[in-house]
Design a protein around this ligand. Structure first.
Ligand code: PMT
Length: 334
């Protein structure tokens, strides 16, 4: 195994290459790749566009027998909602999400904001039956139409085999999966889109530096020096997904930083679109930045907080249109 080059202060700069040479893959990787490969090949053969949606936050474990970990903020709303609109628009979707974060369709009945049991009613048993045997469960009449619509879309997507789901927990799971899936998606050429909405840890503890057992308290404060997670957008653009249409996200809490950071990402990585969102307005306002040669352009998308619309519907409509142009530009005309 190659080692990452050490720096003078003791921290290490990992390139993507040295990261994968020194950090072990998740045990489920091979099986996950076999399964997703079949899905990709089937849709590549049918000529359908395929999008990889990453969603939710990654964790950084502090111990090998993990009791404590650092987490990244994300409920998975952006990813799960976007996946639904991609499906509605005819894309096949690989939904790579943080275990237990929101998922397309079931997100409408999340346990915390819209508990499923609240939509059900118990009908009393008829007099002849015993209480438990005769009781019927029914859906509240006022919730019926919406549930039927969500359920129909869900069943339809599964009957057509349009949704493939994979999970990650740690940043290490995420990086290994992202690389493997991007490489498998190579067969799609320009028909592959990458929609990177997951909130990815910037710092991690390499396996070689992790304590095997639970870090003991009682010795005063805890000092942990973490290494920087390599930015994988660069190898994605240059090696793993050379023909793919790559959309990254930029989350900021200071609105003044949003545009400069989005621009910087485009210049640094050379991918197709950066979607900037600020933490407090992310459900109602985003900005799509893109670069064409030396020219940088931005498109704002806004919805009203009081309207019954989801901003992801607008985002996906705009991206589909741009992706289609990207596909057409790549077709060599004889
Ligand atoms: O799920 P919700 O609660 O709805 O929240 C959605 C969201 C706010 C998390 C989402 O819209 C969002 O902004 N996601 C990206 C947040 C983020 O991690 O930004 P970043 O600055 O760490 O990374 C920017 C981009 O670089 C990301 O697209 C990521 O794919 C990429 N990256 C990140 C880390 C890394 N080591 N390599 C990368 O290439």
């Amino acid at each position: 195994m190659a080692t990452a080059p050490p720096l003078v202060d003791g921290t290490t700069v990992f390139s993507a290459e040295s990261y994968f040479a020194t950090q072990p893959p998740p045990t489920s990787l091979q099986l996950d790749v076999e399964n997703v490969s079949g899905f990709i090949k089937r849709h590549a053969a049918s000529g359908r566009n395929v999008v990889l949606v990453t969603s939710g936050g990654t964790t950084v474990p502090l111990e090998l027998n993990v009791v404590r970990f650092l987490d990244n903020f994300s409920a998975g709303t952006r990813g799960a909602t976007s996946a639904e609109y991609f499906l509605k628009s005819g894309y096949a979707v690989i939904f790579m999400h943080r275990q237990f974060s929101l998922q397309p369709f079931s997100r409408h009945y999340s346990h915390s904001t819209n508990p499923f049991l609240d939509f059900l009613e118990i009908e009393p048993p008829t007099s002849s039956a015993t209480a438990s045997a005769g009781a019927q469960i029914r859906i509240q009449p006022e919730s019926h139409a919406e549930l039927l619509s969500v359920l129909s879309a869900y069943k339809d997507v599964h009957a057509q085999g349009l949704l493939h789901t994979l999970t990650f927990v740690t940043v290490n799971d995420y990086l290994w999966l992202l690389r493997a899936i991007s490489q498998e998606m190579g067969v799609l050429g320009r028909r592959g889109m990458y929609y990177l909405a997951a909130a990815v840890s910037d710092f991690f503890l390499p396996r070689q530096k992790m304590s095997e057992h639970k870090i003991q308290s009682g010795k005063g404060s805890l000092h942990i020096e973490m290494d920087q997670v390599p930015k994988v957008l660069k190898p994605m653009v240059e090696e793993w997904a050379r023909e793919g249409y790559i959309v990254s996200f930029k989350l900021e809490t200071d609105l003044n930083l949003l545009i400069p950071k989005a621009r910087q990402a485009l210049e640094r990585y050379g991918h197709q679109v950066v979607i900037g969102n600020d933490l407090h307005h992310r459900k109602y306002r985003v900005v799509l930045g893109k670069k064409g040669g030396a020219e940088y352009t931005e498109t704002w998308i806004e919805t009203s907080p009081t309207a019954h619309t989801e901003i992801e519907e607008e985002i996906i409509r705009e991206l589909m249109w741009r992706h289609q142009k990207w596909i057409e530009k790549g077709v060599v005309k004889s």
